[in-house]
Design a protein around this ligand. Sequence first.
Ligand code: NAD
Length: 469
Amino acid sequence: MTTAILEYHSKAEIDQTVLTVQQTFKSGYTRPLKFRRHQLEQLWRLIDENTDALCDVLYKDLRKPQYEATLCEMIIVKEEINDALVHLEEWAKDERTAPSFVNRVGTTCLKRKEPKGAVLLIAPWNYPVYLAFAPLVGAIAAGCTAVMKPSELTPNSAKLIAELMPRYLDNKAFMVVNGGAPETTQLLDHKWDHIFYTGNGTIAKIIMKAAAKHLTSVTLELGGKSPVIIDENTNMAVVAKRIAFGKALNAGQTCVAPDYILITAKAEEKFVPALKQAFLEMYGADPQTSKDYGRIVNARHFKRLCNVLMENKSGDVVIGGQADENDLFIAPTVIANVERDDKLMEEEIFGPLLPLIRVTDIDDAIEFINSKDEPLVLYIFSNNKKLVNKVLDSTRSGGVLVNDTLMHISEGTLPFGGTGASGMGSYHGKSSFDTFTHVRSTMIKGLSPVLESAMGLRYAPYTARSLSM
Ligand code: NAD
């Protein structure tokens, strides 16, 4: 099948691609660290030498501003690559463990870091470059081969990725398949050594079911409704700026965008004007004319967001509210005093709409969070350590960020991932390497007669011996 922009791979091409990466892995070709290092350097060059072209397709697909695309898609992948290049030998080397009493004599214990094998990477549309390449960094570093399936919803990016990959990377080891649900279903029919999926929870269940057929391990990087708690006694101007940044980036189409805010009536009085000011400073009085504000990915998602707003019965639009279907534009829009069971609170918003939910106090906020699925991230704005610790001790989430939004994504020393409905497994930095690595426990014994006599006690007949515990 073909869209106007993107040519989908045929059934025969898909089967051949899978066979190629499986055979390449079995040949041992991708295991040497020298090969991995070279491929990582090549991926770095792919991004570096094509930054303008990548910015161009991201603009076509999402009206992503060049600055935002460079920062949040290109630089962030290059940082992942740099990190892998610096630490590759350290991550990949065997780890010795000290044998316990039973095996103390004549025994070596090792944790060998072995590549999982031929892996499938399925990417979504919201950060089409970053979310396609960041998992690939881990797969390359670990010594795997990979097939990458970019999202068909950002066809310009998917097309360019498919053109660039064979020009820079080894095309027997790292290949692209383009297509939609039928092509991905065909890919999923094959036996993979690991599947790494980023996207929504509904499709994640399909991925997991397909993986279960072959007992294949999965990493599921999903989304959910990430809440924000705002303490009354904070610097609201700074809080508002940081929240405006996290919500308006990529027009709210970010897996870790603040989804809703839990706030007391007293804090709301200071927060709403501060947030209005922050959006004004960032995008001007008419964000539609701002060069720094993105668009909704397509008409389906535009309508979905408008319907959520229209079907939401409670609350008042206190900031924004403008939308233009022809331009797929929705302004950063804040709805105050939304009821807890209204439409905006049902599904992950994944757009620039921000409901404020009134709470009476921190216990009320905690209780509300715990009544929902575990979010991908929980944001807390407070200078009060006791309050922060109370929230940490009594809630669950994939990650936590105190006094900022989104920035934990850029921290390679922290694993990034969800829990429960927001996903399983993690990546970034060493976690990416670990995700695509099988730790093969290896015990090596000597065969000397001295050792044999020490170990002889385990052999039958047992009759003349007694065991004391
Ligand atoms: P999407 O529609 O692009 O789908 C993701 C991938 O699944 C695509 O490659 C698509 O082709 C494939 N797919 C679609 N239907 C399929 C089917 N029936 N069978 C097999 N594969 C299929 O993206 P999306 O799901 O709309 O992405 C948005 C979601 O992803 C949000 O929930 C967001 O929070 C989440 N997300 C999570 C992260 C993270 O790192 N945790 C990052 C980005 C997005």
